[in-house]
Design a protein around this ligand. Structure first.
Ligand code: ATP
Length: 238
């Protein structure tokens, strides 16, 4: 892997839903390369195909045509079990609704992906606490999600997405349930904790205020990539 090598390479990807008159062409031939060490923002109006593209990259959906190579693997070469295992190891997800388990503490929530990946309970608990410490929530490890602010919950969700060392972090509107300051805090944390030379971060957003956290901004419109701009430069980091 070289620092600016390709982590995801989608070529000629199309995807539609439904049939006949009800058919919706969600993606109409998308080429997209995502490189190691970058925060790529995927923006576009509602219904432009952003979530569909994330679902193809994570192998939750299959394209009708074209393919996405992820870490040099193509999902159609995998069985369903291999696909789920690969996704579990290689990809971390952050959603707008946080998706924390309400009856588990912050540390227990962060430990979940490690337990799924076969790490012992003791090691998972230790690592989860370390991760929460690193993101400034060391004092809140035993709090339940409803005892945390929205921004804190999303930081726990980011910690959970990162703790098993995925190469790709996919974030779908990670700040849309947060006020401006908490959203900035989460984005700062994503840049600081998530971005590494051997990892890429993809953020779907509608929020132009987040553009300054991007290395590259790609615009989707009506299922097609219409534009790709450089985002911030590394020298002018927020
Ligand atoms: N399961 C589905 N069945 C039918 N149509 C779907 C399905 N999922 C998405 N679509 C349609 O595909 C198109 C692209 O949807 P997608 O969710 O990828 O867009 P999006 O850019 O993520 O939108 P938003 O910003 O509102 O989340 C839309 O027209 C949507 O209505």
């Amino acid at each position: 892997m070289d620092r600016y090598g390709t982590v995801v390479n989608c070529k000629g990807v199309t995807k539609s839903y439904g049939t006949g008159a009800a058919r919706v062409h969600a993606l109409r031939g998308v080429d997209l390369e995502i490189r190691y060490g970058e925060v790529l923002m995927l923006v576009g109006p509602s219904g432009s195909g952003k979530t569909t593209l994330l679902s193809l990259i994570s192998g939750i959906l299959d394209p009708d045509d074209g393919e996405c190579a992820v870490l040099d693997h193509v999902y159609r070469d995998f069985s369903a079990t291999e696909r789920a295992r690969f996704r579990g190891r290689a990809i971390g997800f952050v959603f707008q609704a946080f998706n924390l388990l309400p009856s588990l503490t912050a540390a227990e929530n962060v430990a979940v992906p490690m337990l799924i990946n076969g790490i012992s309970r003791r090691d998972a608990a230790l690592k989860a606490r370390r991760m929460l410490d690193a993101i400034g929530l060391g004092g809140r490890v035993d709090a339940l999600p409803d005892q945390l602010s929205g921004g804190e919950q999303q930081r726990v969700a980011v910690a959970r997405a990162l703790v098993h060392g995925p190469k790709i972090l996919l974030c779908d509107e990670p700040t849309s349930n947060l006020d401006h300051a908490s959203g900035d805090h989460v984005m700062e944390m994503l840049r600081r904790e998530a971005l590494a030379p051997d990892r890429a971060v993809v953020v779907v957003t509608h929020d132009i205020r987040l553009f300054r956290f991007a290395d590259r901004i790609t615009h989707l419109e009506d299922g097609m990539l219409v534009e790709s701009n450089p985002g911030r430069t590394r020298e002018t980091s927020p």
